[in-house]
Write a protein that binds this ligand. Structure first.
Ligand SMILES: [Zn+2]
Ligand SMILES: [Zn+2]
Length: 148
């Protein structure tokens, strides 16, 4: 068996009493967070936080639980990342397709290929709307700056 270091209570009245664990209360008013059995029973110590006095075995179980939680969180995060990655790749592909389409439309315009232009009218309308919106945003910004 591994040799265990025994910590004893620093309270003079509890000399040689073994430390059982720690007080885990965030708002603990006691100067010392470690406690021995006698500290645990002392009504003047950890008055409002008796329930937060935890022995080492309990502390270990919190750590195990939190570690399990972190493991689950990592698994969930990986899943989310994978699904975002898939969405990203789909979206990038879509953008690439649109860029190619726009290049083609420019070519149709250059060649005055009316049939093809007409077939692509939907995407041309989208470009038109986008350009209108951009102008609207610029106008609003200008008005905004003038008002300042
Ligand atoms: Zn003590
Ligand atoms: Zn306490």
């Amino acid at each position: 068996m591994k040799q265990q270091k025994l910590f004893t209570c620093q309270d003079i009245a509890h000399e040689s009493e073994v430390i059982q664990g720690f007080c885990l209360n965030f708002g603990c008013q006691d100067a010392k967070s470690q406690f021995c059995l006698q500290c645990g029973f002392d009504p003047k110590k950890h008055t409002n936080c008796k329930k937060d006095l935890k022995v080492f075995g309990q502390i270990q179980s919190f750590i195990t639980k939190f570690n399990q939680y972190l493991f689950e969180l990592t698994t969930q995060l990986n899943k989310s990342y994978q699904s975002v990655k898939i969405k990203y790749e789909e979206f990038i592909k879509e953008l690439e397709k649109m860029k190619i389409q726009l290049l083609k439309i420019s070519e149709y315009l250059f060649q005055q290929d009316y049939k093809q232009i007409k077939d692509n009218l939907l995407i041309i309308k989208e470009c038109y709307q986008f350009s209108n919106n951009q102008e609207e945003i610029i106008k609003q910004n200008q008005i905004g700056t003038q008002l300042q």
